[in-house]
Design a protein around this ligand. Structure first.
Ligand code: NI
Ligand code: MN
Length: 227
């Protein structure tokens, strides 16, 4: 059974393989571009990259309703625990855990991670998923960093990169990220949610096509790709 990845706008993804599902960075109900609300999601796992509200907003409510386990850094898991969320799995940078969906590795990200109430949110991260069809890298919120080259050396079927600029890398650095990561396909995200991160995603895709061997895939919120 192929793995399907559905972009739910901003940095939010639903990853499904048969009965196994994971939701990354749930920001739905208050997102201007999400095609669904938090109460419409079913999942077994929730992955969180960092503490900002546009990544954790709906995590607790979805976890309570669905019984999903939340994977996040140690500090975010402690914060969730103080709100009564018991099913958490704490990780830290460089670590991998194995789940029925695949291997889940927590990778570096250059960003920040304060939680919505001002609590310390630990280090931000990305995720490298080892899925049956190959490796999928979610950079999540980050600046460009040269160690993306190391992540790319694992061989990437797909990279998901922020291109919105201002809070993360912008279009220029995201093209350089594609050159370091060398994925087979690449999807731009964290873009066009608000005016401050508006970019021309099709122009970016054309640049990727011109200067890299990767195939850019531009999705609208709610659209899926299959590995
Ligand atoms: Ni952020
Ligand atoms: Mn963000």
């Amino acid at each position: 059974m192929p793995t399907t990845l559905t972009w739910l706008g901003h940095g939010t993804w639903l990853i499904q393989n048969g009965a196994h599902r994971a939701l990354l960075d749930p920001f739905l109900t208050d997102s201007p571009t999400a095609p669904v609300t938090a109460d419409q999601i079913e999942t077994d796992l929730i992955l969180i990259s960092h503490g900002h509200s546009d990544h954790v907003a709906d995590a607790a409510t979805i976890a309570v309703r669905t019984g999903a386990t939340i994977i996040a850094n140690y500090e975010i898991c402690e914060w969730l625990g103080r709100q009564g969320i018991e099913k958490t799995h704490a990780m830290n940078l460089g670590g991998t855990c194995r789940r029925p969906l695949g291997a889940i590795k927590m990778t570096l990200a250059h960003h920040s991670s304060m939680l919505p109430d001002g609590s310390y949110g630990g280090n931000p991260c990305g995720y490298l998923l080892g899925l049956p069809e190959g490796n999928v890298y979610f950079a999540c919120d980050t600046a460009l960093f040269y160690d993306m080259k190391l992540i790319g050396e694992s061989g990437l079927e797909l990279a998901v990169l922020p291109i919105g600029d201002n809070f993360t890398m912008g279009p220029d650095d995201a093209v350089r990220a594609v050159q370091l990561l060398k994925p087979r396909r690449v999807v731009p995200v964290h873009v066009n949610t608000w005016p401050i991160i508006e970019q021309d995603v099709h122009a970016w895709a054309n640049r990727v096509r011109a200067v890299t061997a990767a195939e850019p895939v531009v999705l609208a919120p709610g659209e899926s790709l299959t590995l």
